[in-house]
Design a protein around this ligand. Structure first.
Ligand code: NAD
Length: 499
């Protein structure tokens, strides 16, 4: 059967085993309390599995195991070239199981199978393989000290690292955290979001199969409260890395201060500006305005949710965006022709709907969309939302300042480059962005002027594993991907020698 049919993926999904236990010390483990939580398929509302719901006592157990494993040196003192071999083997196993992992991510998060097979799983494989390949090529330094002295500067693993990840890109964010933290020699506790634990659990199983020593990677499904908070306050965790909301990121900083000043690196929310000038390739810019707003149902930290359009082309350009938005209608995530899958849950639908209401009350005009979609027929009784665009938005409106995390774009007019930069920077966030112009002076002036972690020039969502990813301001302080990510998982150590 060809893998470009719905039937193929439905058949495979029915045959896919759903992991339901935590992964502690190289083995599957139920929660010590026996507690479980229903893991729901957002496309159908059906229960996929009753997954272990870990509590603080499971956290304490895992931290002790991770600490002992770190201290034993079985991983932390392994030669980088040997760690590389195991991590490369892990990437190969993920590749060999690509379809199964893609199905788990699609069932768990409502993402289209065309995305999980072409983006989420391949990018996780690439992240792990690239970082593994790099780790035995990273050198320390010798400082330029006086004769008779020799100063060695090395990067040492932090120790026990806590990684907390969200539900919107469960697998990608897991790989972004695990690849550099493990490559650097740390032991890790990963807490996935309780809504989307499945691919992290599968990855842990494959890591053990690849030869990762027991206890180096522990995956504990469980809620932010009490488990995430308990781990973040834990005095025996040396560093924490987080992707999620700005509100929870601020809490993690506080937990660090209240406990042991564990190193804290955060990838948080965004309200990114996608800026279109009259001299741009307007068809390409409109196509990407739709992608930037509606990819992953807009549940994307880097989404281009503020669409800044030069006033001379404002109406004409938004009509083009409306045309391209027709390609972004909700569909069955298992159908390979679906571009937009399900929204994660009813709570998120309610949030999106609340913001749509606020946008209308504050005077923006709905150009298209605005409605939740009440199921798609048959067993697809889950959560869906129309792609939505507000015309006549102003940057001081709530819909332009707050992260909605749904397929909702606010189109704001601007006059010239200075005006566009001013509007783009009038945000507490600074995660991503894009500028579209055929004039290199305009494009580079704006790209340079917008204070954001990643800026696309005549593209949106650009980037790969070779470049760092992270935010300015309330979008966070850490950097995932590239060799820069290793900084978040290592301490600098000086050895000063006199001779
Ligand atoms: P969230 O902050 O509520 O949850 C994220 C994770 O934090 C989950 O695992 C959750 O269980 C845990 N958590 C919640 N409360 C906690 C607490 N008190 N202590 C410890 N852990 C706790 O995030 P969300 O709203 O579910 O996810 C979406 C958010 O993630 C958006 O704001 C989005 O922009 C952001 N995000 C950022 C990036 C990035 O790289 N910058 C990438 C993806 C998502």
């Amino acid at each position: 059967m060809s893998n470009n049919t719905l039937e193929y993926w439905q058949t495979k999904a029915a045959q896919t085993a759903i992991p339901a236990n935590a992964w502690i010390n190289g083995k599957p483990a139920p929660a010590l309390s026996g507690k479980t939580r229903s893991c729901i398929n957002p496309a159908t509302g059906k229960v996929l599995a009753e997954v272990a719901e870990c509590q603080p006592e499971d956290g304490d157990l895992a931290v002790n195991i991770a600490r002992d494993t770190f201290n034993s040196g079985v991983w932390s003192n392994m030669a980088p070239g040997e760690r590389k071999k195991i991590l490369v083997r892990w990437a190969e196993l993920i590749e060999a199981n690509l379809e199964e992992i893609a199905i788990l991510e699609t069932l768990d998060a409502g993402k289209p199978i065309s995305d999980t097979t072409s983006v989420d799983v391949p990018s996780a494989i690439n992240t792990i393989r690239w970082t593994a390949e790099a780790i035995d090529k990273v050198y320390g330094e010798i400082a330029p000290t006086a004769p008779g002295t020799l100063a060695l500067i090395e990067r040492l693993p932090l120790g026990v690292v806590l990684a907390i990840v969200p539900w919107n890109f469960p697998l990608s964010t897991t790989a972004w955290k695990l690849a550099p933290s493990l490559a650097a020699g740390n032991s890790v506790i990963l807490k996935p979001d309780p809504k989307t634990p499945l691919t992290a659990l599968k990855l842990a199983e494959l890591a053990t199969e690849a030869g990762l020593p027991d206890g180096v990677l522990n995956v504990l499904p469980g809620d932010g409260l009490p488990l995430g908070q308990h781990l973040s306050l834990h005095p025996d965790i040396d560093g924490q890395t987080f992707t999620g909301s700005t509100a929870v990121g601020k809490l993690l900083m506080q937990y660090s201060g209240q406990s042991n000043l564990k190193r804290t690196f955060l990838e948080l929310g965004g309200k990114s500006a996608n800026i279109v000038f009259a001299d741009a390739d307007l068809d390409k810019a409109a196509l990407w305005a739709a992608v930037a707003g509606f990819y992953n149902c807009g549940q994307t930290c880097t989404a281009g949710t503020r669409l800044l359009v030069q006033d001379s082309i404002y109406d004409e350009f938004l009509e083009k965006v409306a045309e391209y938005a027709k390609g972004w209608q909700p569909g069955n995530p298992l159908d390979p022709n679906t571009s937009m899958g399900a929204v994660i849950d009813q709570r998120q639908i309610d949030t999106i709907q609340k913001y749509v209401g606020i946008g209308e009350e504050e005077g923006a005009e709905l150009l298209f969309g605005g409605e939740a979609v009440d199921g798609l027929g048959g067993e697809l009784t889950g959560c869906y939302h129309q792609p939505t665009l507000f015309k006549g938005a102003r940057n001081d409106m709530t819909i332009a300042q707050e992260e909605i995390f749904g397929p909702v774009v606010s189109a704001i007019p601007f006059t010239d480059a200075d005006d566009a930069i001013r509007i783009a920077n009038d945000s507490k966030y600074g995660l991503a962005g894009g500028v579209w112009s055929q004039n290199i002076n305009t494009a580079l002036k704006v790209a340079n002027g917008v204070r954001t972690g990643t800026m696309g020039v005549n593209n949106y969502f650009g980037g790969d594993i070779t470049v760092p990813f992270g935010g300015f301001g309330e979008s966070g302080n850490g950097r995932d991907k590239s060799l820069h990510a290793l900084n978040d998982y290592t301490e600098l150590k000086t050895t000063w020698i006199e001779y």
